[in-house]
Ligand binder design. Structure first.
Ligand code: ADP
Ligand code: MG
Length: 291
């Protein structure tokens, strides 16, 4: 029997809500000793809400323009901004030329001008100026270790929106279990270092890679592999898909994007981090029995 046949055959995978991609899915899963974990939607709930808004002018205008762009994005940050604009009954203007840049943010044309919602560095790269008031709003957000999105138009950052979610209730115990099984967890996120450090501390992860673009996530997997490590990557986002595909064992949260699930060896139907860690353990053990 192949390892997969064993895993599927026992029905244990199905019972636990672990979907296996195909016959070759677990071929490289033995000896996993590093687990890279995406933050948003993997370690945290992924249900974000807006916690703070700074606006150069009207708060509602920042949310309306931000939400108009984000309406076409499936990122948890986008959902939070759209929900907050809806809660405030903001009327969303029409967007043309929408573009989504994975791990950076979104842009589009509104009333003839370019509008951007995304990382502060992305706004800067696109030529938007950050004035002193916006800079101090960003500094306050950093002090609070918030996830931050700037909304920019007319050449300038005109809004700073802070969003947050909470760690999954099972996350801390699941991480502890991974460590006790001899696997080192690493938090791998596109979010800023302050948020990453806070979330890592909350769940007991000591290694953190922050500000990681989708290709940085792939590079992190490859760097560990080159050092002789066997790497599992657990994620849910479009920005995780390439790293999931590169890892020796790629795991997607069933609650996540189709891109992540399509790239994965295993999908965790419920999105439970405890089940994901169990899946790694089961994958290692199943192969162990065979060999
Ligand atoms: P993670 O690795 O935690 O899932 P991402 O790589 O998806 O994070 O995003 C990293 C950062 O890029 C976010 O914290 C945010 O600042 C920015 N970003 C990504 N997508 C969007 C979006 N749709 N709207 C605004 N900002 C975004
Ligand atoms: Mg994510």
């Amino acid at each position: 029997a192949t390892p997969v046949a064993l895993l599927v055959g026992t029905g244990r995978g199905a019972q636990l809500g672990i979907l296996i991609a195909g016959p070759e899915a677990l071929e490289r899963a033995s000896g996993i000793d590093r687990i890279l974990l995406d933050k948003t939607g993997t370690v945290t709930s992924g249900r974000m809400s807006v916690t703070e808004v700074w606006a150069a002018g009207a708060t509602d205008e920042v949310l309306a323009l931000g939400a108009a762009l984000e309406a076409a994005s499936e990122h948890p940050i986008a959902e939070a901004i759209v929900a907050e604009a809806t809660r405030r009954d903001a009327a969303l203007p029409v967007v043309s030329d929408f573009a989504s840049l994975e791990g950076l943010g979104v842009t589009g044309t509104i009333n003839g001008g370019t509008v951007l919602a995304g990382r502060p560095a992305f706004a800067e790269d696109q030529g938007f100026r950050t004035g002193p008031d916006a800079a101090s709003a960003l500094a306050s957000a950093a002090e609070r270790a918030s996830t931050v999105v700037v909304v920019a138009w007319d050449g300038e950052v005109r809004g700073v929106v802070e969003v947050a979610d909470t760690v999954k209730p099972e996350a801390r115990a699941a991480i502890g279990r991974a460590v006790s099984l001899g696997m080192t967890p690493v938090l791998l996120t596109g979010d800023n270092a302050a948020v990453a450090a806070r979330v890592a501390g909350e769940v007991g992860i000591t290694e953190v890679i922050a500000d990681a673009s989708p290709s940085d996530k792939v590079a992190a997997v490859e760097r560990l592999q080159a050092a002789g490590r066997r790497v599992a990557m657990i994620g849910d986002g479009m920005n995780d898909a390439a790293a999931i595909a590169t890892a020796d064992l790629g795991i997607a949260m069933g609650t996540g994007t189709d891109a992540a699930k399509g790239a994965a060896d295993l999908s965790i139907v419920s999105g439970s981090l405890a089940t994901a860690i169990d899946a790694v353990r089961l994958s290692r053990r199943t192969l162990g029995i065979i060999r």
